[in-house]
Design a protein around this ligand. Sequence first.
Ligand code: G1P
Length: 291
Amino acid sequence: MIKNAVVPVAGHGTRLLPATKSQPKEMLPVGKKPIVQYVVEELARAGCEQILFVTGRGKYSIENHFDHNPELAESLRRATKDNLLDELSFENIKINYLYTRQTVQRGLGDAILCGEPFVGREPFVVALGDSIIGLRGDSSICNRLSEVYKDTQAAAVIAIEQVEPDQVSSYGVVKPETEDEEVFEISDVIEKPTPSEAPSNFVVSGRYVFSPVIFDLLRLVEADANQEIQITDAIRMLCKSGERVMGVKLPVGEKRYDIGNFDSYFSTFLEFALADPLHGPELRRKLVKLL
Ligand code: G1P
């Protein structure tokens, strides 16, 4: 299994203002947990041993969240609130956390490049810190990406989902060699194309496995009109240079929860809250009354 993961969490979350004025969007709760906790739990289940968070200004609460808080644990123990103590069990996840800063906001590609000294010449996972995969975050997509990486000797393996054709302009969109297989070769990828430019409706879905060769290409990528270095452009170079780039479809019933704006945040929160075994049934009754 691939042991290192890079989790970019440097974005400002401007589409979620005012909620994100002084807290990271990755710390917004979805159901009972902050978004980034689902991501870390997913990576731990996939066998990752070290996570590098690429942070920015105002992201301290992420570091605090994954740190032990012995005073809080002790006061819960004294008050015999063991059920609440259980809610802190994620503090014991066997992951070594590291943090680095992307000092200037120069896009996702630049954030991933910040991981080079951490990753060295090993393959690594990238998991976007603002995306949950699967209801309850129980996806095993990173294991699947790692297996395909090993089996196909690809330089990049990307989780893919199918979206409505009018949604493609929010994503990196790939050109698949075949459309019917679960695993397929990718011959091109374009960042946020118009629907008429899009090569398909198969989109890049927030989880990747890369060979370290991606760093060499990221250094060659030119900034786009927004002064951002796009990871998509480096993947495109991989395709053009004859390296193998593979896509793996998210399993049926497993979708990506995008928390980038209030429409998707509200509906994601609701779906997760309704799926909560303790609070979901009562929420459902209340909602039925409200509607
Ligand atoms: C980023 C990537 C894009 C990808 C999307 C969802 O875009 O640049 O290729 O499809 O994440 O994983 P963002 O949502 O940060 O604009």
